[in-house]
Design a protein around this ligand. Sequence first.
Ligand code: ATP
Ligand code: MG
Length: 359
Amino acid sequence: MEFNKQDALNQGLAKWIIKQKKLLNISAISEETGVSRTQLNRVLEGKADFNNGHFNKLFPVLKDWFGLTEEQLIELVQDAAKILAFWNQKGGVGKTTCCNSIAGVLTDQGKKVLVMDCDYQGNSTSLWNIDKQAFPMEIMDALEDTQGELIRDCIVQLHDISEQLYILPSYGKLNNLETSEKLTTKQKLESFKNIVNKIRFEYDYILMDMRPDMYGLFSEAPLGAAEWVFLPVEASLFSFDGLSRSVSYLKERKKDNPLLKIGGAFFNRTKPGKNQMEQIENYALGAEREGIYVFESIIRDSVGIQKAFTYRYDPTVFLNKFNEGEIADFPKTQLEPIKNAKSDFMELTTELLNRIQNG
Ligand SMILES: Nc1ncnc2c1ncn2[C@@H]1O[C@H](COP(=O)(O)OP(=O)(O)OP(=O)(O)O)[C@@H](O)[C@H]1O
Ligand SMILES: [Mg+2]
């Protein structure tokens, strides 16, 4: 992803201020720079960011007072989030399920994760039971704000699930992306990249749950922001032609986003049985001949996933909540499928992280 250097500097400065909090005299800085104390305090509380105007006032003074350099600020934000998209042109293959279950595993490992609901159907949003009354802002509001000031107000922290899990909800307005008159076509294409650039220094992972489209803005704009794209494929639906077409399309996308890497395809909803295993192996061989990485880890068809989801949790979060005594009405004897589902997603996540590290 090409970084906007100024965005990195603005966010680096916010991080620096927070880090140096105890040594800084906020009143004196405010007086000298003209940046309000309210703004400085909001940044210190993690509730706001600096814009270019703030930066231009603050940096020369802090450089003078503390010898602060641009390199120091860039270094502070080098651990930018990895941006992973879950996509397949086919509907119903498990994009939402896998994207959010991987988010569950990553947060359980202590990572700070944002799930971006990039689908106007809002399935990730309803999975985590986001209350639209309480959190009315959504992804489309952030995309239409070319100044990039609304994005943080649109993100919901899932306090009652994990302090590490955040979601950028979608309540349906995203369906108007193509017709929106607030943005030019070029702005629409760059809109996802712009919001991701604003926040990518604040998370370890940003996972994009995409809708099943292959043409137009709905896939081009989110894929313009992604670093990696992973394709869940359903063994029963899987056709090599379909995957091949999807991958050709993704290769096309690299023209707009040269940093986009195709992380590979993984099987979802596999059912035990010799026939299916043979089928999977054949498909995998075919895909590999085309240069498509196929995951060794597979996600089994599981009532455990569906059960966890009826409680509005992914399997990992479900088990945590169960162990914390928060799901009292669930019989212990029926936990096995959920444990299996969690273990499938843990394996898949490990393989996925290896892919990212080696790529
Ligand atoms: N491994 C699995 N075992 C059992 N059920 C599954 C599994 N994976 C997904 N499902 C179920 O399949 C249905 C479709 O899954 P999901 O919504 O994740 O697909 P999707 O690709 O996001 O669909 P869309 O294209 O509409 O966005 C859901 O009801 C989900 O619970
Ligand atoms: Mg979906």
